[in-house]
Design a protein around this ligand. Structure first.
Ligand SMILES: [Zn+2]
Length: 319
């Protein structure tokens, strides 16, 4: 049975060694160690070897070319000026790993990295990364984007400052503490007999279908959010008490925790909300199986890097 540890971006997590985050002396020494591992991020994009891929489209059938992450050693210190240094943890050998969030105006031109690679769109990068790298880059992207959009104190409006190796911001004016956010999203597969309900949003490539999904609202459970979203988007009734939790995936666009759910449907008639989705329809298990294998004539589904793929696969494999 598949668990969250089998889902891309969540597997192979690092020892976060969070007790080091407040120790500036240890962090400075670790950053200078000859074995330190550092990668760069700009605008939420990791520095990858070779030329960048063409812009990524949701559900694109294009296979990403394998492109390694550019790993730097302690020479990365020369790029640290003006960058946010994020301590991610230690690998199994105790090697410290950092991400440097370089300023938006940082350019590779004229630096030693000019011919090494380019900053790559994160969605395109995922498929090229090893499981550990995917977890690291995903974590760094979420935190990096949080810093970009949370520069001011939500309590008093003053500029806040990053502390704790990038894992917190504090406000010098009112002393409020602010932490990176993680937003739970239910992503669900309503099931009725030998069929499941999938939807598609406007703007997706022709033939691309995926699970319905939506943010959990204050005051409701994941199961209630799942059933509410199914009713709102597709007009199908499901009961929260029948929902089955499967597994979850951190999804750094920008900071969601996608929670996979199967739930039996009580009704089959579909009434979509056109403001939310473009279409929804029931697919047979055989159709979904062929979609996942790339053998369906008109429909295809998310790649294995997305939790939706595994939510669908878990149902297909039950047969
Ligand atoms: Zn404040």
């Amino acid at each position: 049975m598949i668990t969250s540890n089998d889902i891309p971006l969540a597997s192979k997590p690092l020892d976060r060694a969070a007790h080091h985050r407040t120790d500036r002396v240890w962090l400075d020494e670790a950053f200078q160690r000859p074995d330190v591992l550092v990668f760069l991020m700009r605008n939420g994009m990791p520095l990858m070897e070779g030329p960048a891929s063409p812009p990524f489209q949701v559900g694109s059938r294009r296979e990403a070319r394998p492109r390694p992450l550019v790993w730097l050693g302690n020479e990365a210190a020369q790029y640290a000026q003006g960058a946010l240094r994020l301590f991610l943890g230690k690998d199994r050998n105790g090697t410290p790993i950092f991400a440097l969030r370089v300023p938006e105006n940082f350019t590779l031109e004229g630096s030693l990295l000019e011919c090494v690679g380019e900053f790559e769109d994160m969605r395109a990068a995922i498929a090229s990364l090893s499981p550990l790298e995917a977890n690291l880059v995903s974590t760094a992207r979420s935190i990096s984007e949080w810093h970009r959009t949370h520069g001011y104190c939500a309590n008093c409006g003053s500029p806040s400052e990053p502390v704790d190796a990038g894992w917190k911001r504090v406000c010098p004016a009112c002393e409020s503490e602010h932490f990176p956010r993680t937003d739970p999203v239910a992503i669900m597969l309503p099931i009725r007999g030998d069929a499941c309900l999938l939807g598609r949003s406007a703007g997706w490539p022709d033939g691309f279908w995926s699970c319905l999904a939506g943010f959990v609202e204050p005051g409701e459970t994941l199961e209630q959010a799942a059933c509410r979203e199914i009713a709102e988007e597709a007009g199908v009734t499901c009961l929260p008490e029948n929902a089955e939790y499967l597994f979850c995936q951190p999804w750094p666009f920008p900071s969601s925790l996608m929670v996979g759910i199967h739930v039996p449907a009580e009704t089959t008639d579909i009434t979509i909300d056109p403001k939310e989705i473009e279409a929804a329809r029931w697919f047979s298990r055989d159709e979904v199986r062929r979609m996942m294998a790339g053998e369906h004539d008109t429909a295809f589904c998310p790649p294995a890097t997305a939790i939706a793929h595994h939510v669908m696969k878990a149902w297909v494999d039950q047969d």
